[in-house]
Ligand binder design. Sequence first.
Ligand code: MG
Length: 389
Amino acid sequence: MIVDVVVAAGGQGRRLGGDVAKQWLTIGDRTIFERSVEACAASPRVRGIVAVVPAVDLEPARALAMAAAGTKFLAIVPGGARRQDSVAAGLAAVPGDADVVLVHDAARPFVSAAVFDRVIDAAASSGVAIAAARVHDTVKHVIGEGGRRWVDGTIPRDDLALAQTPQGFRRDALAVLLPSMTAPDEVTDEASLAERCGYRVEVVEGHPDNVKITTEDDLRRARRLLAGDAPGLPTTRIGLGYDSHRFAEDRRLYVGGVHVPGTRGLAGHSDGDAVCHAVTDAVLGAAGIGDIGGLFPDTDPAWKDADSLALLRDAFGRVRAAGWRVGNVDIVVICHRPRIGPLASAIRASLAGALATTPDRIGVKGKTPEGTSALEDAMIVHVVALLER
Ligand code: MG
């Protein structure tokens, strides 16, 4: 029996990752997408894999899909506007000799070969089959009234199943299903289309670990599951940042994104904001994803007079996409002028905005060189940053 899989990663939902669609977020060292493709390829029953990704991501995703699927890579195709359009595009790229085609959601990276076996066998015998989880909580039907919610009844949970993927379709079922996918009404899984086409859909046991990563909590749990960390305990990483710039005439002074009038500014290719530079290095270092010089080279004219707070925001977006949030950041600024104390609360607020955190997690204190530094006419900044996930 020839079995191929369509891995559906056509969605562009950015709810989870800020600037990044969720399939490109990482769990450990690999994206959710790669892990899902790998999990499909790990099933010995699967011959080949077709991936569907947003058109804008097609080229970078091709290398990821080829590496993750290995010899089982068949094709990667651009998705459509709706989930069912993306899946239809994937199904169209599956070779005609497949006996059973599975559709698997790329947001479910923890699917096991045993679940694949059950869906493949059931689809081969029944035409259409889905993996589903049992419902363990008591399920209430709820109605809204007067701005509050009220129980309207209790639904027998033995009659319920939570649909997962993979969902499997025998070749004859696919032939019936495909034309229905272009219909104007939108569905959230392919099995519902099969139901409408008159198929009896067989339900086989999924697995509680085969979760769909939808919320920040799911992502955090998935990362902990993989890291083997004790549940509930945050993983932490620490980073150190340092920068120094000399004072110069005819420059505006920026300290942590705050413009300080009436004082000489700092020399530099960018706006010279040494606090932002040191914080950027500290958070990048803690996340293990490089440094400011690598991301924004001072040989690149693009960063001439650049707004360093914007660079920090950009860098922290990458830190966040790798799964980290700020535990705390502590900053020491060494200079004669300006006096840092009166600026501290403005600096903390400014940095908190760029680091998606609150000012109470950011410390700023000033020190004077007291004649001990060879860099008397400079601003020197030390930063330590703790990241959590
Ligand atoms: Mg610098």
